[in-house]
Design a protein around this ligand. Structure first.
Ligand code: C2E
Ligand code: CA
Ligand code: CA
Length: 619
């Protein structure tokens, strides 16, 4: 589709500009000028401008305008102004979504400024994208064509991305300002302006102390968790996720509740609210219902309306815990329980939740110790070349021999590791285990194929990872070219500069990289192209019903096509049947992995089965 190609090119150009060091380090005015100039030349639009909502929120003021001049186009400040009072339809339309007015002179949204603005300047068509900061309209990115023009989908999506870029610039400026105030940084969250976890703890300590001293009073801590925010981030982009968070924060802040004390943002999509003296007469139930009702009202964003829900976990002081820490843990456990019961509900902490939380906590403690003492193991699963069926590498999959429960598979402990922030340590442990085995194999004179290791988001977002890989390789005398890495599609959504730096260095060190579980998340093509991946693994869920399920076949085919376009080779995982194998080979899939060839096996079994061929020693 030509539109698709245009779409990719536009976004790539924007990405190159907005990620360049000059852009990042330049002042806001320069950034805006660069954006309007790029937009004008890329889309061939005569006038492009950025407007900002004035302090009283009643007028838009033009900050920068790119327009044709006698000696070519010029970019500079402008004194143009549009008041809300005179143009209510425009403002109303803009607060809801993009305005694509091909016939601006007669369009009901823009015709109010026909005589004062459009006709004198000679404007025929407009494309205006609202800029939102913290979910509120803060300005507009404005394209004006001096002749009639229809706007394509690629152009609409591009202008929305430009508006988002301006919004990011605003947030960045605001952040830089607030950074000067150390007080602010240590106590408040920068996206929502709410108190952070530390100040919540301080406040709870104070309240606990006060109730103890007085010998009376109570309070509850309500843990508020947005349901399925990850799906929103993955599907619609992290900027949409941020808008949802900001809007949730705004609603929680504005909600009037009896006994409302502190409100804090304590994690990505998690908030906590302290309510005082709510013991009596169903007051608490009433408050919880109102929180849920308020947060489930639709959220109107520029491009779409979202319906979200929240899960609430409630923990009482003094009944359920005696310190800020135990109350937080209790409320979190209750929130998990609410999620397990099907989300969109509130759950109060009780003894059965306590038991679950305890066992989770015990698992976490054991796992922490296992990681510290390097006690995790890896199993290996072969990956075969599809044409020749030769072994090209093995994937290392972590296993944990629990002292009482025996061998545990990753699904039984990775969630705990993730929420306890243990993934980095776990990854290090896996790296060491793999390198240790490779060293053993080498001493035994065995020629091992490459090992492919899974990396967690925490690892690829840590600038220290490449050096860690190098030092472990050195310690076990492993050539880094023998280690390849897999990164799941959702872990590559984060901070793109750090991520790209880490991945580039891993490749520079000799490793090859694959995108894991492809198809399950939302990868912007333009980003994939900029990251140094050479392989793509199609998620098992698409392979499972091949070749009978038409949708899965279509998705797999389109992934194969995309991979070819991006010059990536493709691994199909979860191949179990001859039918799947046959179809995948026919469609040109490069590598195969799955139970059809082997389950993940311990190192010794792998050696027995595949490598017991001593290397020939020269005499
Ligand atoms: P994954 O990276 O997609 O790994 C493939 C998973 O699919 C493995 O599950 C493997 O045993 C299973 N599998 C392979 N072939 C077949 C098949 O034909 N049919 C079926 N039904 N399943 C198959 P496992 O070992 O339980 O790993 C689960 C997930 O845990 C992995 O999914 C990966 O995301 C994560 N994981 C495993 N080891 C590590 C690690 O060292 N670090 C990190 N960060 N994640 C890991
Ligand atoms: Ca994997
Ligand atoms: Ca996978």
């Amino acid at each position: 589709m030509p539109d698709n190609q245009t779409f990719i090119e536009f976004h790539e150009t924007l990405m190159r500009l907005s990620h360049s060091p000059e852009f990042i380090s330049s002042r806001r005015e320069k950034k805006l000028a660069a954006l309007v100039e790029m937009c004008s030349s890329l889309l061939g639009v005569e006038r492009v401008s950025v407007w900002r909502l004035g302090e009283n929120h009643d007028a838009l003021l033009c900050e920068v305008l790119h327009q044709p001049g006698d000696k070519g186009a010029i970019t500079g400040p402008s004194s143009a102004k549009l008041s809300q009072q005179e143009h209510p339809s425009y403002f109303e339309a803009l607060s809801a979504r993009l305005i694509e007015a091909s016939q601006a002179l007669s369009d009901p949204r823009t015709r109010s400024f026909r005589d004062s603005y459009l006709a004198p300047v000679g404007i025929h068509s407009m494309l205006d994208a609202p800029i939102f900061d913290d979910g509120r309209l803060s300005g507009v990115f404005c394209l004006e064509a001096l002749h009639p023009r229809e706007w394509s989908l690629a152009e609409l999506s591009f202008v929305a991305a430009l508006a988002d870029t301006v919004s990011l610039t605003n947030t960045h400026v605001a952040w830089l300002r607030s950074k000067q105030k150390l007080e602010y940084l240590t106590h408040f969250d920068s996206l929502t302006g709410l108190a952070n976890l530390q100040s919540l703890r301080d406040r709870m300590d104070y309240l606990v102390d006060k109730v103890k001293r007085r010998g009376s009073g109570d309070f509850v801590m309500v843990w508020v968790d947005i349901d399925r925010l990850k799906a929103i981030n993955d599907g619609l982009g992290p900027q949409v996720g941020d808008q949802v968070i900001a809007e949730t924060a705004r609603r929680l802040r504005e909600l009037q509740l009896p006994g409302k004390d502190q409100l804090a943002r304590i994690g990505g999509d998690e908030f906590a609210l302290v309510l005082r003296n709510v013991g009596a007469n169903g007051m608490l139930d009433d408050a919880l219902n109102r929180i849920m009702a308020q947060l489930s009202l639709p959220i109107n964003l520029a491009e779409q309306t979202l319906n979200i829900s929240v899960s609430l976990g409630v923990c009482h002081y003094p009944g359920d815990g005696d310190s800020a820490e135990t109350l937080l843990r209790g409320a979190e456990a209750a929130m998990y329980h609410a999620k397990q019961q099907g989300r969109a509900q509130a759950c109060s902490f009780d003894t059965s939740i306590q038991a679950t939380a305890r066992s989770r906590f015990a698992l976490e403690r054991r796992l922490r110790a296992a990681i510290r003492d390097d006690q995790l193991s890896v199993f290996h699963q072969p990956i075969l070349d599809a044409a020749s069926h030769t072994l090209v590498s093995t994937e290392a999959l972590v296993r944990w021999q629990h002292p009482e429960r025996g061998w545990l598979s990753p699904i039984e402990f990775l969630d705990v590791a993730r929420s306890a922030v243990l993934m980095y340590g776990l990854g290090e442990c896996v790296l060491r285990a793999v390198c240790h085995e490779r060293q053993q194999a080498r001493l035994m004179g065995l020629a091992m194929p490459v090992t492919t290791i899974n990396l967690a988001a925490e690892q690829v977002l840590d600038p220290g990872l490449p050096a860690l890989v190098q030092s472990i390789c050195k310690e076990f005398e492993v050539d880094q070219r023998e280690l390849h890495f897999e990164v799941t599609e959702d872990s590559i959504q984060g901070d793109s500069r750090t991520l790209k730096g880490v991945l580039d260095q891993l490749v520079a060190g000799g490793s090859e990289l694959a995108i894991d579980d492809f198809g399950t998340g939302y990868s912007s093509l333009s980003r994939l192209k900029h990251l140094p991946f050479s392989k793509l693994k199609i998620d098992r869920s698409f392979i499972r019903d091949i070749p009978d399920d038409e949708d899965d076949c279509a998705i797999t085919l389109s992934i194969l096509g995309l991979a070819r376009g991006l010059n990536l080779s493709v691994v199909a995982e979860g191949v179990e049947t001859p039918g799947q194998e046959h179809w995948l080979k026919e469609q040109g899939c490069d590598f195969l992995q799955g139970y059809r060839y082997s389950r993940p096996v311990p190192f010794d079994t792998l050696v027995e089965a595949f490598f017991k061929q001593p290397t020939v020693t020269a005499t």
